[in-house]
Design a protein. Structure first.
Length: 117
């Protein structure tokens, strides 16, 4: 079944990231509303968990982490950090760096993907 235009827009572009441990994950840019949601706790570790939770998607573009309606951004960030506690700091840093790259400079990521193909 073909996706409607609205469904395709809502899916948003996502990009593969080959991690230093050899795994490949997919990320999408975080929206301004997600950045605003962490402003109250931006200096806390949970803000990183929240942004990772909003950016990591499955191979087909569906969110890997889903925030419950009644769950605060802080609680969601804390939950995501708990779920990813086993990954090393180098991998986590690589993920966060790429999230900010695709969120702030999406055209450079698109150009990078074109050059690789």
């Amino acid at each position: 079944m073909a996706l409607s235009i609205i469904e395709r827009i809502n899916k948003r572009a996502f990009y593969p990231l080959r991690l230093v441990n050899g795994e490949t994950i997919h990320l999408r840019a975080v929206r301004n509303e997600h950045r605003e949601a962490v402003q109250d706790f931006k200096d806390r570790e949970e803000s990183v968990g929240y942004l990772i939770g909003m950016a990591v998607v499955s191979d087909n573009g569906d969110p890997e982490f889903v925030q419950a309606k009644e769950q605060s951004a802080l609680a969601f960030g804390e939950r995501v950090l708990g779920l990813i506690s086993e990954i090393g700091p180098d991998v986590r840093e690589q993920i966060v760096k790429k999230i900010f790259q695709i969120s702030n400079e999406p055209s450079s990521v698109q150009m990078e993907a074109i050059v690789k193909n």
